[in-house]
Design a protein around this ligand. Structure first.
Ligand code: HEC
Ligand code: HEC
Ligand code: HEC
Ligand code: HEC
Length: 133
């Protein structure tokens, strides 16, 4: 029984290594998102993974309109300044709901965490800094 399980595990590992269509990508420690004329946003990815506790808080599951190539594909490979069909959500909305940055994946958690005493930025220049490019 035990031997059979080990054999199965090895077979799976080999099959995964050989056939792995969806290769796990290495998560960056930190990224600078430079798309906004207001200044780049330095995003500490590793620290955020600890706070969120899971990848899917930010990397949403693949959607039928434009399926993901990997589970953690760059937001900007689909969400652009002016979305092209089938995409509808522009980059600004993907990150913070709209131009006023009152809600969305980044802001919702920051407001919630700040209620719990954290100091996460919620103002434009708290995230967008000219010195980040
Ligand atoms: C929690 C951090 C955060 C806050 C607060 C924030 N932003 Fe952003 N914003 C981002 C990120 C990240 C992006 C994506 C940048 C990119 O395109 O690479 C972005 C994108 C944008 C874009 C889109 C640029 C484009 O490509 O079209 C605009 C415009 C913008 N923000 C304006 C604002 C304004 C105005 C405020 C304040 C009312 C604000 N942001 C507050 C993080 C933030
Ligand atoms: C708090 C939000 C958040 C969480 C949680 C998060 N990520 Fe990310 N991740 C991002 C953002 C934002 C980017 C930059 C996207 C871009 O450049 O358009 C990114 C980029 C990446 C990239 C680089 C993609 C590329 O092609 O350059 C990988 C890989 C990645 N994340 C993996 C992970 C994994 C694995 C987890 C879970 C352990 C995770 N992420 C959790 C927000 C997050
Ligand atoms: C492979 C393409 C792809 C990637 C990569 C991608 N998205 Fe999306 N996203 C979509 C599609 C398709 C929709 C639904 C159509 C639309 O709203 O444009 C969507 C919708 C959204 C929405 C609108 C609300 C919803 O769930 O319908 C938000 C917010 C969003 N994405 C944020 C992000 C963020 C943040 C990232 C990166 C961490 C990301 N997306 C990466 C394809 C993608
Ligand atoms: C799951 C909750 C959560 C999400 C989602 C989240 N953040 Fe944060 N973020 C935090 C917390 C908590 C802090 C404060 C960390 C501290 O200093 O204690 C923070 C701090 C920051 C800071 C300032 C500190 C630093 O790392 O340089 C920036 C910039 C930032 N976040 C950008 C973003 C962007 C952009 C997104 C969306 C892609 C995002 N965050 C999504 C929880 C979150």
């Amino acid at each position: 029984m035990r031997r059979a399980l080990v054999a199965l595990a090895v077979a799976c590992a080999v099959a995964f290594a050989a056939g792995g269509v969806v290769q796990a990508q290495k998560a960056p420690d930190s990224v600078i998102l430079k798309g906004s004329p207001m200044g780049g946003v330095k995003f500490n990815h590793a620290e955020h993974v600890k706070v969120a506790g899971q990848c899917t808080t930010c990397h949403h599951p693949s959607k039928p309109e434009k399926p993901s190539k990997t589970p953690t594909e760059k937001c900007t490979s689909c969400h652009t300044k002016t979305p092209a069909a089938p995409m509808k959500t522009p980059i600004v909305a993907a990150f913070h709901g709209g131009p006023t940055a009152k809600q969305g994946v980044c802001i919702d958690c920051h407001m919630q965490q700040n209620k719990a005493g954290k100091k996460a930025p919620t103002t434009c220049t708290g995230c967008h800094k000219k010195e980040n490019g």
